[in-house]
Design a protein around this ligand. Structure first.
Ligand code: GAL
Length: 928
């Protein structure tokens, strides 16, 4: 059997050890390497390992990188399916093979030093030679491999050769839902190992919450000494535990690190110590004695140009963005990330579930037969991966749980991995969702459990429960986050969860017309692929936050401000810290215009507690007014500047939206008489502008959460092709009444729509009555009116919820206010075009042109507003955002309601209370 197919782990490497740097010399071997891609291992050139091999005709390739993102071959995306036959452990002979060569210089100072060659990630299998000598074979793409090169390294020029195969036995263990991308995609480093140095260490810093004391326990191969000046620890031998006295504990909310040095006579290792103790007590996960709530996300390593070769600055941006959006936890789905990411989590504060590089999901297609996690021939590979995960990351205070992997069914090898972890590291619980019976894990984990199931699990109690994945953030959504939060908070054993997932994995490309777009499955001509299922993140591929992320940030905000009988309630939902790092300010707005503002003297609120306090003194207002209270960072934090908002709330302080639509119209102008079509009674001209409609509309461009179930029912019902039968048109002096019946072809059900137009000197009123007839078989995408205006009316101002889009089950992030935007800016650029941009609870909106003239639309009391330069049909048709071409009109939807969003792309659909069903309705609008 060739080394490529061998199910055993790689060979030739040194035992796994912790990731750290020291004062020993090291050389970063990243940079331009010579590269040659062959279609198979057999076709790869002979003799590449020889020092005198002539590679001058080869291409240059940056290392780290994936060769498919540099013009060699193409990326391919599958979720579950293996893109090759299930024939374990064998992989296809057509196995793209990339030869990499580098000549590098070793300085004179290295003479006589022992050295290691370290690869932080090679996807999927690399055979390595240095100066013509074979060092071994790597497997475990997202795990480090180190070779001892002391015997072959020399000062002066050295020749490093790595032959990388896209497929290997390891591919069977790496069936994660992501792009198949190959190569040396993480750092390559030459590390000197001084004799008597610190080859490996494990520094455990426990925190006793009953005494406030820290205890340091350090394991090293060679006798070493520890100094932590801040704790008065100077050059202490580590052969015994070290009492650290009273310390400040580490937590995600308060990531206190103590800098120290671990030293032998020949090597000094800077260490960053975070004191914390993880425990499971009475069915609850506690850290430092306090139960914690995961407000988490699943993070794949992804960059739209570099794939999983994520630059350090990008990893840092991820941590900052998470912190800035109130996220406190990461599951490193589905493999250990670059170790620098974890160091950032230590520094900036995130709870981490560190997951092993293991997934065999494709075996589900064959009933899990021959699944590697249950087959003895793969046992060593499974254990090897687990050990390399734990050994590499064991010193990270942020890592509070190990995860065996993802979607690998259940099997003896997984149980053995868990047993190994329990033995090696009893300080952290073990997680694995696939152990449904909870036979070898410490926490009960599920993915995509519905609200009802979470409720059941919470009620039953028992083990700590986490949703390792929930709220599938694909396209427009997720809906229903608030209701999950309520359940997580209701039941003590529920510890929250991790939204799937952090970022859309769209690959930046340009189409034939030079337009930029983000590619997904199928865009590279893959014969089998899973389309846009790889685009399911809270960030767009370029790391712009999506509305889903803003919604999540609001739902999980650690400070909640709302109305109470005496005025304002302030709740502290931090697990650990108080609120004294925040400044509370208020602003009073009358119909969205600021009237007064001030600083709120908020009392201290302990974690988990709340206070009710009186409203500040407010001036009287006559129109609809809201008090907005904001809690923002008082000072710069390492993850956000002073002024960054962590929580806010709004309280109505006078007439509510149900009053007469307020607001003086800025200027009353002569209003050109509306023109109605004499035959069908539709409006043709309004305020002197040519218009089309409004007419009843039920259709929306399905979201990716609509597609799997709802949209199928909608299309089957024909809601995308309604026909309008005019029953009667009555013209009176100041009134036009149009009766119609709206229904899809081939169906007996329908809706009567009566449009009653009343013309006043300065306005036109529309009173719409809707009356369903017959059995409507499905929910409705929307219920409202569609109309079109000239393209020039593209500036929009509204008083209602904003500034962003909002839907029935995703509207926590928006507030009542007055907002201005443009039609173009009101579009949310979902990678796959779909319904977006709805502005909710709009009291009034104006659409104006460059001259400031235009139309004002008033609700009675409110309506939902969408404005775009293309129709819903064009939106539904496009496959990528760049394909949407502005037409000559602005298309408006003025809705009574839309169906909620749900998360049915992978999870529960729209909760019943947010579903829109055909029902009799009245809708009133005034156009000025
Ligand atoms: C889960 C899986 C994830 C991802 C998600 C759907 O089953 O663990 O990797 O595929 O579904 O996007």
């Amino acid at each position: 059997m060739s080394y490529i197919d061998d199910p055993a782990p790689g060979h030739g490497a040194r035992p796994a050890r912790a990731w750290f740097s020291s004062d020993a010399p090291s050389l970063d071997l990243g940079g331009q390497w010579r590269f040659h891609l062959s279609p198979s291992a057999a076709a790869a050139p002979d003799g590449v390992e020889r020092e005198d091999f002539d590679d001058s005709g080869w291409s240059l390739l940056p290392v780290p990188s994936h060769w498919q993102l540099h013009g060699h071959g193409s990326p391919a995306y599958t979720n579950v399916a293996y893109p090759f036959p299930i024939d374990p452990p064998f992989v296809p002979s057509e196995n793209p093979t990339g030869d990499h060569r580098l000549v590098f210089d070793v300085p004179q100072e290295w003479a006589g030093l022992a050295a290691l060659l370290r690869f932080d990630g090679i996807d999927s299998c690399g055979r390595v030679w240095l100066n013509g000598t074979e060092l071994g074979v790597t497997r475990g793409s997202r795990l480090a491999t180190e070779f001892d090169v002391s015997a072959v390294l020399r000062t002066g020029p050295n020749v490093l050769v790595v032959r990388v195969h896209q497929w290997s036995s390891g591919s069977y263990l790496e069936d994660q839902d992501m792009w198949w991308l190959s190569g040396i995609f993480r750092d390559v480093t030459l590390v000197a190992r001084p004799a008597g140095g610190i080859d490996d260490y494990w520094l455990r810093a426990d925190y006793d919450h009953t005494t406030g004391h820290g205890l340091l326990r350090v394991e090293t191969a060679a006798p070493a000494r520890l100094s932590v000046p801040e704790l008065g620890i100077v050059d202490r031998a580590v052969d015994e535990p070290i009492e650290a006295g009273v310390v400040e504990p580490w937590s995600a909310e308060s990531p206190r690190l103590y800098d120290g040095t671990l030293a032998t006579d020949t090597e000094r290792v800077p260490v960053r110590i975070g004191f914390r103790t993880v425990a499971i007590t009475d069915g609850r996960i506690t850290v430092n004695g306090l139960p914690i709530m995961f407000r988490g996300v699943n993070r794949h390593e992804f960059h739209p140009e570099h794939g999983r070769a994520v630059p350090y600055e990008t990893a840092r941006a991820d941590v900052l963005l998470m912190k800035q959006h109130n996220i406190n936890a990461v599951r490193t789905s589905h493999y250990p990330p670059h170790p620098a990411f974890l160091a950032l989590c230590d520094e900036l504060g995130l709870w981490v579930v560190d997951e092993c590089d293991l997934e065999t999901h494709g075996f589900s297609a064959v009933g899990w037969e021959r699944n590697p996690t249950g087959d003895p021939q793969w046992r060593d590979a499974c254990l090897d991966r687990m050990a390399r995960t734990v050994e590499r990351d064991k010193n990270r205070p942020s890592v509070i749980m190990w995860s065996l992997g993802n979607e690998a069914h259940t099997g003896k090898n997984l149980a053995d991995m868990a047993e190994w972890v329990h033995r090696r590291d009893p300080t952290r619980p073990v997680h694995y969702e696939g152990d449904r019976a909870c036979e070898y894990v410490d926490v009960h984990s599920r993915m995509y459990a519905s609200h009802a199931e979470v409720e059941q699990i919470g009620r039953a109690g028992g083990m700590p429960f986490v949703q390792c994945e929930y709220a599938h953030a694909m396209g427009n959504g997720p809906g229903g986050l608030l209701e999950y939060r309520e359940l997580f908070e209701r039941y003590p054993t529920c510890h929250g969860g991790f939204v799937w997932e952090w970022i859309d994995h769209g690959i930046a490309r340009r189409d034939a017309r030079g337009r930029e777009y983000f590619a997904y499955g199928g865009d590279f001509g893959e014969p089998i692929h899973d389309g846009s299922f790889v685009i399911d993140g809270l960030l767009f591929p370029d790391r712009t936050p999506s509305p889903g992320l803003l919604e999540l940030a609001k739902v999980i905000e650690p400070v909640r401000i709302s109305q109470c009988s005496e005025g304002l309630t302030i709740e502290n939902h931090h697990d650990v810290i108080g609120l004294d790092h925040l400044t509370f300010t208020w602003v009073l707005e009358e119909e969205g215009e600021p009237r007064a503002s001030g600083v709120l003297d908020a009392p201290e609120v302990a974690p988990g507690a709340s206070v009710c306090m009186p409203l500040p003194q407010l001036p009287a207002t006559s129109r609809e007014s809201w008090l907005t209270v904001t809690a923002a960072l008082a000072e710069d934090a390492p993850w956000a500047a002073a002024g960054h908002v962590v929580g806010w709330g709004q309280v109505p302080v006078s007439a509510t939206a149900s009053g007469v639509p307020g607001g003086k119209v800025a200027q009353s102008r002569t209003f050109a008489a509306p023109v109605f079509d004499p035959v069908d009674g539709t409006l043709r001209e309004l305020g002197g502008y040519p218009v089309a409609g409004p007419r009843l509309d039920l259709w929306r461009a399905p979201t990716e959460n609509d597609e799997p179930v709802e949209a199928k029912a909608w299309r089957a019902a024909g809601l995308h092709r309604l026909q309008h039968r005019v029953i009667s048109v009555e013209h009176a002096a100041d009134e036009v009444v149009v009766r119609s019946r709206v229904a899809p072809p081939a169906q007996a059900f329908g809706m009567f729509a009566t449009y009653r137009w009343t013309v006043a000197p300065d306005a036109v009123h529309l009173h719409l009555d809707v009356e369903p007839e017959g059995e409507w078989p499905a929910t409705l995408p929307r219920l409202g009116l569609r109309m079109a205006l000239p393209a020039a009316l593209d500036r929009v101002t509204w008083f209602g919820l904003g500034p962003g889009e909002a839907y029935a089950d995703s509207r926590q992030a928006v507030r009542v206010g007055r907002f201005s935007s443009t039609v173009d800016e009101m579009q949310t650029p979902y990678v796959v075009p779909q319904e977006n941009g709805n502005r909710a609870n709009v009291r009034w909106a104006t659409l104006t042109g460059a001259d400031g003239r235009g139309l004002r639309i008033e609700g009675s009391p409110t309506f939902e507003l969408t404005a775009r330069r293309w129709t819903s049909e064009e939106l539904a048709e496009a496959r990528h955002a760049a394909e949407l071409v502005p037409g000559p009109l602005v298309h408006l939807n003025l809705d009574i309601a839309q169906n909620g969003l749900g998360t049915e792309s992978c999870g529960p659909g729209v909760l019943p209370r947010y579903q829109l069903h055909a029902h009799p309705a009245t809708f009133q609008l005034t156009f000025r």
